[in-house]
Ligand binder design. Structure first.
Ligand SMILES: Cc1cc2nc3c(=O)[nH]c(=O)nc-3n(C[C@H](O)[C@H](O)[C@H](O)COP(=O)(O)OP(=O)(O)OC[C@H]3O[C@@H](n4cnc5c(N)ncnc54)[C@H](O)[C@@H]3O)c2cc1C
Length: 420
């Protein structure tokens, strides 16, 4: 849709992924995933790897394409119509790869980043714990450094790929001092599936099925010190970096709501009521107008955020949070309206709109809830305005009656006026 804003190379990638989505992923595979007959989509991962789609943003020497965020968003927008579990499998190399690319050692890149992009290894990220996901820095999973290895103990919840992934990026507490600042508490460890690492429970999910989402338990796991990513106690930096791909890919994946809307549009063009095609009723066609407008606004924000990250713009983080919140909420509305347009049949599994609805609900919860996005958005914007980041005109001076006395509102102000 935003093809006119893409470079020739980005447009070609988008077309390539569009073809891949149309021709390479069978409806039967999607049905088996939704019936929980697939634990992890290895087959899909292999196909993505064959076509060089697992490392769009990463350097060619690691098997990537060396492109930017805009290209990646364009690709994910196409993949998004396949559902949130395949979307997650598609973007996981981007999220995990970010930490390896930015903070990893040469050895880690060789041993994990390259094979992951080549599809020889699959990865998952383990942040959330039973005691809470939003309050990330309160993580209780602990790793004690003993000589040349850590001993890892704890539990992570809701990990996509708990069943199926070969290795995990695990945030854990390594700095135990009672007064340590929360940003100096955690480290990021790369943990291979092996002794002591167990997926103990697989969740029965509303949507996002077939991705191996489970609870991971670590019992006295020996993790070599060389599997530390970044600095010891430097997990906060890794977290802040990983949240960009984490949230931007969520925003881009939800743009895949176009799939359900296209379906509803075709349906409304054929379905008849009161002697007319239902699209002739404004009550129906205006829903389409609202939905596509909302989806285009989400596209605009998501592509803008992608460009901002590519350009290392100072407000990129805020735009990413905005895109994540807006796009996931828009996608939910779009799919919901698509179902409404289809009436009763939309609520059955005769069409996959019900599956899209079950999937899309997750967008507003994972990778940081809408409420957490709001916390971040307002925080960043307050900072930008109060630090006068943009040196813009201040409208206070333009008032018709800029009465200083009337503008007082603190006790000190009042006292100053009173004393003068
Ligand atoms: C299917 C699925 C897949 C997932 N995949 C992964 C994964 O692969 N890896 C991973 O690590 N995690 C994963 N998650 C976890 C997900 O990121 C968390 O569920 C999410 O961050 C919310 O955390 P929570 O569930 O603990 O909710 P809580 O943190 O308990 O939040 C509960 C409610 O309180 C609100 N709230 C909390 N704090 C505040 C605040 N300060 N201000 C306002 N409101 C607040 C929240 O917005 C929410 O509405 C997945 C979750 C699901 C359901």
């Amino acid at each position: 849709m935003y093809d006119c804003l893409l470079t020739d190379e980005e447009r070609a990638l988008k077309q390539e992924v569009r073809r891949f989505v149309r021709e390479e992923v069978s409806a039967d595979f999607l049905r088996r995933m939704d019936r929980n007959e697939v634990t992890y989509p290895h087959e899909f991962v292999a196909k993505c790897a064959e076509r060089g789609l697992r490392g769009i943003r990463f350097p060619k020497k690691y098997g990537g394409r060396g492109m930017g965020w805009t290209a990646e968003v364009a690709a994910i927008e196409e993949i998004g119509c396949l559902g949130i579990a395949l979307g997650c499998a598609f973007v996981m190399p981007s999220i995990v790869g970010e930490a390896l690319q930015v903070f990893g050692t040469q050895q880690q890149k060789k041993q994990f980043l390259k094979p992951m992009i080549e599809g020889k290894l699959t990865a998952a990220e383990a942040l959330t714990e039973p005691r809470g996901g939003s309050d990330f820095f309160g993580a209780m999973t602990r790793a004690e450094l003993q000589g040349d290895h850590f001993i890892l103990n704890g539990m992570k919840r809701f990990v996509v790929g708990a069943e199926g992934a070969d290795f995990f990026l695990v945030y854990c507490r390594t700095n135990f001092g009672a007064r340590v600042h929360k940003y100096n508490r955690l480290s990021l460890l790369l943990v291979e599936r092996g002794p002591g690492v167990k997926a103990e429970y697989l969740y029965n999910l509303l949507g996002c099925r077939g991705g191996g989402t489970g609870r991971l338990v670590f019992r006295d796991v020996r993790v070599p010190r060389e599997n530390l990513i970044g600095e010891l106690h430097g997990g906060a930096q890794c977290f802040h970096q990983m949240m960009i791909p984490e949230r931007l890919t969520s925003a881009a994946g939800c743009l895949g709501a176009w799939g359900a809307l296209d379906l509803a549009v075709r349906y409304s063009d054929r379905r008849r009521a009161f002697g007319s095609r239902i699209r002739e009723f404004q009550g129906v066609s205006f829903k389409v107008a609202d939905a596509i407008t909302r989806l285009d606004a989400a596209r605009a924000l998501t592509y803008m955020a992608a460009r901002a990250v590519d350009a290392d713009a100072p407000n990129a983080r805020r735009l990413v949070s905005e895109a994540k919140r807006y796009s996931t909420e828009a996608a939910w509305d779009v799919v919901n309206e698509s179902m409404q347009i289809m009436g009763g049949i939309g609520y059955t599994d005769v069409y996959p709109v019900e599956r899209a609805l079950r999937d899309m609900r997750l967008g507003m919860i994972w990778t940081g809830t809408s409420e957490i996005m709001n916390l971040l958005i307002q925080h960043e914007y307050y900072r930008e305005v109060l630090e006068e980041t943009y040196e813009r005109r201040k409208l206070e001076a333009d008032a018709m009656s800029p009465d200083d006395t009337e503008r007082c509102f603190t006790d000190e102000d009042m006292q100053r006026v009173f004393d003068s």
